[in-house]
Design a protein around this ligand. Structure first.
Ligand code: 6GU
Length: 236
């Protein structure tokens, strides 16, 4: 899978993803991440890419021309029009289900804004998906783009060592993960729960499900309700 990130801070993307699991996948060739510097497409003699907002107000707005030129540069090499994700707090909330959808693409273009945003006309022309990673404000879209790339990458076959581990984790059934333990059996006077040492797989699974439900109820009542609604639907 190939990620193409349009950004004013390409080094941030490269530095952030060349380590750990994504770094290894890039090295192996399972993934590629290219960061395209929008400033390279400025036609201004001072390489300016932003200007004052029409109608007034604080801050600067990224101009449409360099953004569209950077997009055309990556898209013209492709057979089909790629999906273009714009990272913005005004977008749909990013979910595991979205990561699953994005992981089916061969190419994903991710557009990162800065300042007060990007001229709406550029967005209308090129963006297919508006995505937010949560209800808080970031200084720019780069960290959000890295979050999306990380979550999508681990669903691409060959990126994780243990391929089936990807789906058997949080959110596949709207439940949070159960607690995990490893050696030693006792640490600081605290024992590993007896059931996990029993070798009884049925009991272990039941205990883990119980813990998952408990945690989800406490920390994520929204997901807990979805889990219960789904159970009811299956009974019918
Ligand atoms: Cl996706 N982008 C930016 N720039 N800020 C955000 C965000 C995204 N999600 C939350 N805050």
């Amino acid at each position: 899978m190939n990620f193409h990130v349009l950004t004013l801070f390409p080094q941030m993307i490269i530095d952030g993803l060349n380590t750990s699991i994504t770094g290894r996948a890039i090295e192996k060739g399972t993934l590629s991440v290219s960061a395209i510097d929008i400033r390279d497409f400025s036609t201004n003699k001072h390489l300016k890419v932003d200007d004052y907002p029409y109608g007034g107000g604080a801050g600067m707005v990224m101009q449409a021309a360099p953004v569209c030129a950077a997009y055309n540069y990556v898209a013209e090499k492709m057979k089909h029009k790629p999906r273009v994700i714009y990272m913005t707090p005004q977008g749909y909330p990013f979910k595991q289900s979205m990561a699953r959808e994005f992981s089916k693409e061969d190419d994903l273009v991710i557009l990162c804004g800065h300042y007060e945003g990007i001229d709406e006309r550029a967005l209308e022309l090129i963006v297919t998906d508006y995505v937010s990673i949560g209800d808080y404000v970031l200084t720019g879209g780069e960290l959000a783009a890295m979050v999306v790339i990380d979550a999508v990458s681990r669903l691409v076959p060959g990126v994780l060592n243990n391929e089936d581990s990807a789906e058997f984790e949080s959110f596949h059934n709207n439940l949070l993960e159960y607690p995990q333990y490893t050696r030693p059996e006792m640490f600081e006077g605290m024992n590993v729960p007896e059931i996990l040492l029993s070798g009884h797989h049925g009991k272990v699974d039941a205990w883990r499900l119980e813990k998952s439900i408990e945690r989800t109820k406490q920390y994520r009542p929204d997901l807990y309700n979805l889990y219960f609604d789904n159970l009811k639907t299956k009974e019918i």
